[in-house]
Design a protein around this ligand. Structure first.
Ligand code: KIV
Length: 303
């Protein structure tokens, strides 16, 4: 981008262009304003406000518990924190069970929260819904392999999908169904490297892998895993920094300084003219208690 080109929000067409140009697409999740700002400043072209929000930010035991309102609340913060990244809103469990529900709830992501696309889980089983959304002008990202919203339906245990012949065939059929329904990209989650590579080779839309090896058209990770902030980091994630330890040390140091009386210090404290204080407290009576008139004067945060 030249210095004179105004910054603009990327769209799914930009992701398609990157894919056609052979650029590998980095994506990451974000759930709040400051993290979204950092991701945008790092130049990552697309953010998923994933329903992993439920587990990593809200403390639920699964994504199934996340509500549409919770997703929208966080998605709006991510949109406000970014100028350039394409924002994809993850439609939570049972918000796209029928075509009408899918349209109404996808509209809340696009119209009310300001996303540029939505993501839905499921291959063949979601193809009709994807087609309906795409026909209505809503760009859709698909998601196959391990689909966390189907956790309980899939036996409750997280695991790599597609290792045996039947499963591999099913994943291939799912990938084609999502593509033919009109999705602009597809997440492949927890899949053997060779199967993800074979799907990537056969599709004409980008595959975005998570735990699916290096041969996908792009990669996505949960931001708290990459930053080393989570209490559990999955095998497929590489923590580029150990924020959990660093934040723990910083918080411990803060508490110790408060207890020792070394925080706040002179640099964090403002002072006033003693004479003015004496006047304010009643001339010549600085040692007296404040009069009733002084009670309730609001403190200015910038003091
Ligand atoms: O919710 C999420 O974060 C996701 C990614 C893991 C793809 O769906």
């Amino acid at each position: 981008m030249s210095a004179t080109t105004p910054e603009r929000r990327l769209t799914v067409s930009d992701l398609t262009r990157m894919y056609r140009d052979g650029q590998t697409i980095p994506m990451i999740t974000a759930y709040d304003f400051p993290t979204a700002q950092l991701v945008d400043e790092a130049g990552i072209p697309a953010i998923l406000v994933g329903d992993s929000l439920g587990e990593v930010m809200l403390g639920y035991e699964s994504t199934v518990r996340v509500s549409l309102d919770e997703m929208l609340h966080h998605t709006k913060a991510v949109v406000r924190g970014t100028k350039r990244a394409l924002i994809v809103g993850d439609m939570p469990f049972l918000t796209y069970a029928t075509e009408d529900e899918a349209l109404e709830n996808a509209a809340r992501f696009m119209r009310d929260a300001g996303t540029g696309a939505v993501k839905v889980e499921g291959g063949v089983r979601s193809a009709r819904i994807i087609e309906t959304l795409v026909k209505a002008g809503i760009p859709v990202m698909g998601h196959i392999g391990w689909t966390p919203q189907a956790k309980y339906g899939m036996g409750g245990k997280t695991g790599v999908q597609g290792k045996d012949r039947e499963q591999a065939r099913r994943q291939l059929a799912d990938a084609f169904a999502v593509q033919e329904a009109g999705a602009f990209a597809i997440v492949l989650e927890l899949m053997p490297q060779q199967l993800a590579a074979a799907i990537t080779e056969r599709l004409r839309i980008p595959t975005i892998g998570i735990g699916a090896g290096p041969d996908c058209s792009g990669q996505i990770q949960v931001v708290t895993d990459i930053l080393g902030l989570g209490s559990f980091i999955p095998r497929h994630a590489r923590p580029y920094i150990r924020l959990r330890e660093q934040i723990g040390q910083a918080l411990g140091a803060y508490a110790a300084d408060v207890v020792a009386g070394t925080y706040p210090g002179p640099e964090q404290t403002s002072r006033m003219d003693e004479a003015i204080l004496a006047e304010a407290l009643g001339q010549g009576q600085a040692d007296q208690a404040p009069t009733d008139e002084l009670v309730g004067i609001p403190l200015d945060r910038d003091l």
